[in-house]
Design a protein around this ligand. Sequence first.
Ligand code: BG6
Length: 488
Amino acid sequence: FELKTTFPENFLWGGAAAANQLEGASNVGGKGLSLADVYIFDENTPKKNWSDQWHLMTHKQIEEAQDPASEKYYPKRHGVDFYHHYKEDIALLAEMGFKAFRMSIAWTRIFPNGDELIPNEEGLAFYDRVFDELNKYGIEPIVTLSHYEMPLHLTTKYGGWVSRKVIDFFVRYATTVAERYKHKVKYWMTFNEINCVVHHQYVSLGVIEENHPNIEQAMFQGAHHQFVASALATKACKESNPQAMVGCMVSYQLLVPYSCDPDDVQATVDKQRTSLFFTDVQARGYYPAYTARMFAEKNIVLKTEPEDEQIMKDYPVDYVSFSYYMSGAVSAHPEKIEGAEGNLLTGGVKNPYLPSSDWGWQIDPKGLRTAINQLYDLYQKPVLVAENGLGALDVLQEGDVIEDDYRIDYLKEHIKQIKEAIADGVDVMGYTSWGCIDMVSAGTNQMSKRYGYIYVDQDDMGRGTKRRIKKKSFYWYKNVIATNGEQL
Ligand code: BG6
């Protein structure tokens, strides 16, 4: 029995980002429109509606977005222009001592519409340049294949992931990049926050409007197709590079019962399974026992093919990764208790013991230790904390100073708990905090909801110089990495 009191030597310290929030240059290099490219930001929309398009999108909104005369502002087409700043940005990550950078490939740079037979060489060449730049500094890329950015065409023409045809398009894309980058990328992830398919039908599945008689049926059908696609992508990555490590990724919001009322306890188990269902399938390679009852209660009948079961069984993931921003409390009688304002995913109630971020996300560092332990106990596979961080309003002071002590406190407390989980015996591979450089928010499309160590001079409407400025947390994180987590 060897007690581990320090972070492992090869711990993957770093940060995470997604192409659609970061790159911009949406009309450059032959890129097609992704579904993220049609979200608007409008200062006049009430704040509480900012995330609406994330869940639901109408044909009318999409048509308008494709009209060159549209005067609306589409932030994810602009990101923070990493496409043209990648050298400068990667140099800053290297200055912080990053060992890993979690990023996604924009599917639409490789297959602009998603259903082409031949990939777009200009898109492939862009990621060659990015990986080479990372490699120059010894930064390991951890690449997500699909991070809320499927080709828009696949949603309008085929109805998104509800269509089985999309599996073939995805596998073609995954095989293309796995083969192309086999000497440059070792760590892959298939679908970002795959469990969000049961919460956000548009962003996760590309399903436009609720034109399905049983939307849950559509969501789980889409999930099944993603499971098969993920297993086939895992196969592709491993055939191209036998050393490749492929992970799943869930949004893991630790849930606790609001009280010790047995009904609250059971409600918590049921709700936690809306996330664990996904890791159960992807880490074990088969549907968990509770699926039959869950599907019966929701009137879900999945359409599957005979080979699906074997494919999923043959290619489970190598590691389990997750995003963790908050925990949630669950009550069997939520109508009697104050709701947690920012809890978009599970709609839990407010936990009176926890503080909240400016967006109402309830901050629970100790919950991270519990979450890591839970996932490891269940699957006995290495765990990667793929996202964690504090979205906050930063103030740029004179002399390019940004004193984000609140962010340092948040990150410090969470990293302490990762260390605890390591002492608990968990094989934690790494920590890639979210939004190491400021970028457009996934949920609200704001620029002012910032997570980075690096400030980008740009506002919600895309105005600004895009100048990169180091925040106080930049220097703090640099020291954390330099001391391998000993000095927090
Ligand atoms: C995760 C996503 O849900 O949370 C990221 O994988 C996202 O893409 C992050 O940016 C933070 O959410 P938001 O809405 O504050 O950007």
